[in-house]
Design a protein around this ligand. Structure first.
Ligand SMILES: [Zn+2]
Length: 189
């Protein structure tokens, strides 16, 4: 599933790179996801996006990263808030946030106990959704769209791991460890 198209307005409230110490952990998980084929390269871009809850908002991987290995601090963006009416994301950092930032925002809003959201793409997980007893979204929508975010919220309910039909998966956790290990575990089933 090709990604990268940003379908929201962006306002930078700060050009400072987020300084949260947990970014180191997010870098490690980004690398592990890539090494395990959970954020495969599609047409020159390494897809997928990972975030953790921070302060009032969350820290997420930047849009259009060429690789998710050896990420610098500037490859992470703080998303402070999202205004649904004007479709505007308020951010801090040097780069644009992932094109799925609104989906992450809406999930954090709906699920207060969730502190980490990892979105990736993997054919094995998609193909084995039924076997793994994972909920699957019903309708397909463009990556980065509000329609897709709403579809994901509908399928999500109280689940922590769901498949996005013909697209990928979302893994949620109270911690990054939980979200990451849960996704990796499905590869070993
Ligand atoms: Zn995706």
């Amino acid at each position: 599933m090709k990604e990268g198209k940003i379908r929201f307005n962006i306002i930078f409230v700060s050009d400072e790179i987020p300084s949260d110490i947990r970014i180191e952990e997010l870098k490690e998980w980004s690398e592990r996801f890539q090494r395990n084929g959970l954020t495969p390269e599609i047409e020159g871009n390494y897809t997928g996006n990972l975030s953790f809850r921070s302060e009032e908002g969350f820290v997420i991987t930047a849009s259009g990263l060429k690789s998710k290995e050896n990420l610098g601090d500037d490859c992470f963006v703080y998303v402070e808030s999202y205004d649904e009416q004007s479709n505007t994301v308020y951010v801090g950092g040097k780069r644009h946030p992932s094109s799925e930032a609104v989906m992450h925002f809406l999930i954090y809003k709906a699920r207060e106990e969730v502190n980490a959201i990892f979105h990736g793409h993997n054919e094995v997980i998609i193909a084995n959704a039924e076997k793994f007893k994972l909920p699957v979204t019903e309708r397909e929508h463009e990556p980065g769209s509000r329609e897709l975010a709403n579809e994901v919220l509908r399928a999500l309910g109280d689940n922590n791991l769901i498949v996005i039909k013909n697209h990928g998966f979302i893994s949620l956790g109270k911690t990054m460890n939980e979200a990451g290990k849960q996704a990796l575990a499905t590869l070993r089933k």
